[in-house]
Ligand binder design. Structure first.
Ligand code: NAI
Ligand code: MG
Length: 358
């Protein structure tokens, strides 16, 4: 008898609606494993986040990174809650994991599924289908800078953008490879007119790499123009490569035009597999609706689909996304953000039933 493959998954449900949506991710993954029969999941949950911080003064224990190191992947809900400064909660948990595990690729699909609400007039599903490749390890979020003479009239703050050749080349190469594999165009997001060091360099590296991938159609837009075009003509964008900050902002815009924050998924990849990759909905902890059981779990389920693909189960990944799309189209079981009245777990269950009819 063939031995079952076990995927060891670390769960970091986090704060607010994080635990509510992660529970649905676990339900789905367990159901998939049971139906497949060839693999299963071994989940270990870590109670880290803002409550942990208020109790211990730390977002995660000193050896947190060491404890996560041996896992095959991480599923994260959301971190951050009123009472703990956001720059602490974000930097000491999420950014720390992304950084220490060299998860330098942030993959954010911006795809308008059939049945998902779109605020743009006259835009059909199929006309919004982008894959954002956001640099995830340096750039504007490198955490480099200084705060001098704090609290005095001479106060001065400096926040550096850090763009290494190594970091810039590897993210662009990842995007070029993806675009080539999928026969899609690649758009680079820049601001070379105003950021006269970082983005001039970014543009230069993009041009150098373009020469190595003559079969990939390329475009380059300034970030402000890109924001306008994503609304006016989203069909222009296929694979998109952006720095940490620009990618962060444009993918929230992407979420807004493709069903809302409750549908937007993200994967933080260490493509070489030296460290665990992390999968998470891109929304935050939504304190305004936390604890009410009405958070939309679909972003987390989409992230779970990305995790399945990463773990070598591409067919299941596709089937999960198809099931999400059919549930959106049916429209009988949706959470309030999608205009329905279903609870988080009702929608989570509904997707599992759609995927695996009994
Ligand atoms: P948010 O994403 O938590 O909420 C923005 C709005 O979207 C709220 O009205 C919320 O109710 C709604 N929303 C978000 N996710 C939803 C879902 N699954 N279903 C239905 N509605 C949903 O962003 P906000 O309010 O700016 O941040 C709240 C906290 O989350 C802050 O502490 C922030 O630092 C943190 N945060 C954490 C992130 C992460 O862990 N990756 C990302 C963004 C924010
Ligand atoms: Mg963001």
């Amino acid at each position: 008898m063939a031995t079952k493959q076990t995927h060891r998954i670390a769960l970091i449900p986090g704060d607010g609606i994080g635990p509510e949506v992660v529970a649905e991710g676990v339900r789905l993954l367990d159901a998939v494993a049971e139906a497949d029969g060839g693999f299963d999941f071994d989940f270990t949950s870590f109670p880290w986040g803002c409550e942990h911080y208020l109790r211990t003064g730390q977002m995660m224990p000193e050896d947190g990174i060491e404890r996560l190191r041996g896992f095959d992947a991480i599923l994260l809900g959301a971190v951050g809650f009123p009472g703990v400064p956001d720059h602490v909660s974000l930097r000491d948990l999420l950014l720390r994991i992304r950084h220490d595990f060299d998860e330098y690729v942030n993959v954010r699909p911006v795809r308008l599924l059939k049945g998902a609400p779109c605020p743009l007039k006259g835009v059909e599903p199929g006309q919004i289908d982008m894959t954002f490749i956001r640099e995830n390890s340096e750039g504007e979020y490198a955490g480099s800078g200084s705060w001098l003479y704090a609290g005095t009239p001479r106060e001065v703050v400096i926040q550096d953008g850090v763009f290494s050749r190594h970091g810039t080349e590897r993210i662009m190469r990842y995007a070029f490879e993806l675009a080539r594999r999928e026969h899609r165009s690649l758009t680079s997001i820049s601001k070379g007119n105003a950021l006269n060091y970082s983005m001039v360099f970014w543009d230069q590296v993009f041009e150098e790499l373009s020469a190595e991938y003559p079969e990939v159609e390329t475009h380059s837009y300034l970030v402000d123009a890109a924001a306008m075009l994503m609304v006016r003509d989203p069909g222009r964008f296929q694979v998109v490569v952006a720095s940490n900050l620009f990618g962060d902002i444009l993918t929230d815009l992407g979420a807004a035009i493709s069903g809302g924050m409750g549908l937007a998924a993200g994967a933080n990849l260490n493509p070489e597999g030296r460290f665990p990759s992390m999968f998470e909905p891109i929304h935050g902890s939504a304190p305004d609706i936390a604890g009410r059981g009405i958070a939309n779990p679909l972003a987390t389920l989409w992230s779970a689909s990305q995790m399945l693909e990463h773990l070598g189960h591409a067919e299941w990944a596709r089937r999960v996304l198809d099931a999400i799309e059919r549930v959106l189209q049916d429209g009988d079981t949706l959470t309030p953000d999608l205009g329905g009245s279903a609870s988080t777990s009702e929608l989570g269950e509904r997707v599992v039933r759609e995927l695996l009819p009994v």
